[in-house]
Every structure is written in C-alpha cells, then in structure tokens.
Design a protein around this ligand. Structure first.
Ligand SMILES: NC(=O)c1ccc[n+]([C@@H]2O[C@H](COP(=O)([O-])OP(=O)(O)OC[C@H]3O[C@@H](n4cnc5c(N)ncnc54)[C@H](OP(=O)(O)O)[C@@H]3O)[C@@H](O)[C@H]2O)c1
Length: 249
C-alpha cells in the first residue's frame, strides 16, 4: 500500500528544490499532485520534468486572489484536498541595519502571509485525516547575522503552524512543520550566497548539507498517516546543526 494512495496533494513552490523532490515522491506514493511557482522558465522546466506525475500551475503564493483561485480550482476538480505542503519561500539576506524595506515586505508576503492565505482558503476543503505540512527553517532558532529577516518570517510561520494546528484539530486536520537546515537547492544562488550552500557543511555534525530528498521524505512522513498522532509539531531536519556541537569543532 502506498503512503498517499488516492490523496489529492497541493505543493506551493514545487518547481525546483525541496518542492520538486516532494512532488516526485508524493506522486510515487500514489498522490495526485499539483505544484505551483511563478518563474516562467522554471515552470516550463518543471512541466517537462513532472509530465505524467504532477500538474504545474502558475500561482503566486503571496497573492490572495491567486491562492483563492487555486483553492477554487482544486475544489471544483477534486472536491477536496488531503495534503497541503506550504513550501514556497524566498530568502533575502542582509544585516538588519542594511537590508531594504522592500526585501522585508516581500519576505513577509511570500513566507508568512502566503501560508496564512493558503490555510484560510484550503482548510474548508480539507476532510478529517487531512494534513498540512509547512516548510519553516532552522534559522529561526538561532541568532545569526544576515539571515534575521528570513529567520523572523520563519519564526512567524512556526507560530502560525501551532495556531493552525490548534484551530483545525477539531476538524481532524493535522498541521506540522518540517524545519530544514542547509539544503542544496537553487534558493542560495537566488539569494546571492557567494560560497554556495556547501560552505555550511563544516558546521553540520553529519558532515554534509542536506539533499532535497532528505526533506521530502520527512514531508511525506508528516503528510501521511505515519504521523497520524502528531499535530502542532516542528521537526528539525538539519544534520544536527542546531542541537549538537560538532566533535572537535
Ligand atoms: N534550501 C535550504 O537550505 C532551506 C533551508 C530551510 C528552509 N528552506 C525552505 O524550503 C522551501 C523551499 O525552498 P528550496 O530550498 O527548495 O528553494 P527553491 O529551489 O528556490 O524553491 C522555492 C520554490 O518556491 C517557489 N516560489 C518562490 N516564490 C514564490 C511565490 N511567490 N509563489 C509561488 N511559488 C514561489 C519557487 O518557484 P518560482 O521561483 O517559480 O516562484 C520554487 O518552486 C522554502 O520555504 C525555504 O525557505 C530551504
């Protein structure tokens, strides 16, 4: 028996990185998957990559009108949504004294307001036993220069996860978060991180950065009935970076 047999799954931000890996895994586990993104080039690449596995839809995760339309379409087509992976996210790095206001507004719009919009639009479509999985980040658990705005949006998102879990528990809908450490995806190049993600490896007790599949497998666990007695939880998936000191480090 596949873990998501017959489930209707929506993944925001599923054209690259963790969302793309999750789309492939969820489809392999029997789900009917829809992924979203905004960049025409990566949307086109994802359509080729996911042909026969998932539908790829242009939809801005931070736009109320577009998220509401996405939910209306899912409702009209399937009548329900069983799995909602709120994965779309952006990074804007900069010291708090230097980062510009537009970067702060856009980070909040995509990383925090977007998931709230999605919870508001999709919750009415989610039956008992459905699961919302949120992608936060380990960054909000430590104070680290340059990542403060991104981290703050993820802290807000972690809080939203717990409140949504409390509000939807009565309806039998679980809400949990996966909280990745550094993972090798295009997000770092988009943020202009010169050293690339591999620069983090020396700070990770397991000695490597994550692969998108490392996170997708935990998202699958949270999406599926394997985690049926969990809600309001945030699982760190960071090779030990947050909780452990590296031996000799
Ligand atoms: N990689 C890491 O080290 C790491 C660590 C902790 C947490 N995370 C979180 O993991 C999630 C996925 O990131 P990733 O690392 O896989 O990066 P990624 O490869 O850049 O993927 C981000 C995805 O989100 C989409 N997206 C961005 N803005 C969007 C918007 N406004 N509306 C809809 N889709 C949007 C992107 O598509 P378009 O560009 O086409 O819009 C892409 O599909 C993010 O929430 C990120 O914060 C990543």
């Amino acid at each position: 028996m596949k873990k998501l047999d017959g489930k209707i799954a929506i993944i925001t931000g599923g054209t690259t990185g963790i969302g793309l890996a999750s789309a492939k895994l969820f489809a392999a586990e029997g789900a009917r998957v829809t992924v979203t993104g905004t960049n025409p080039q990566t949307l086109a690449t994802a359509r080729r990559d996911l042909e026969g596995l998932a539908e790829v839809v242009a939809s801005d995760a931070g736009s109320a009108a577009e998220i509401e339309q996405l939910a209306r379409d899912a409702g009209a087509r399937h009548g329900r949504v069983d799995v909602l992976f709120l994965n779309a996210g952006i990074t804007r790095y900069g010291l708090l004294t230097a980062i510009d206001e537009q970067a702060v507004d856009e980070s909040l719009r995509v990383n925090f307001k977007g998931p709230w919009l999605a919870v508001r639009s999709f919750a009415p479509l989610m039956p008992r036993g459905a699961s919302i999985v949120v992608n936060t980040s380990m960054t909000h658990l430590v104070g680290r220069p340059y990542t403060g705005v991104y981290a703050a949006t993820k802290a807000a998102l972690a809080s939203l996860t717990r409140t949504a879990a409390a509000e939807l528990a009565g309806a039998g809908v679980r809400v949990n978060a996966v909280s990745p450490g550094p993972v090798d995806t295009p997000i770092h190049a988009k943020a202009g991180l010169a050293a690339g993600v591999q620069g983090w490896a020396s700070q990770i007790p397991l000695g490597r950065v994550g692969a998108p599949d490392d996170i997708a497998r935990v998202a699958l666990f949270l999406a599926s009935d394997d985690s049926s007695f969990m809600t309001g939880e945030e699982l760190l998936v960071d090779g030990g970076m947050t909780r452990l000191l590296r031996q000799g480090g």
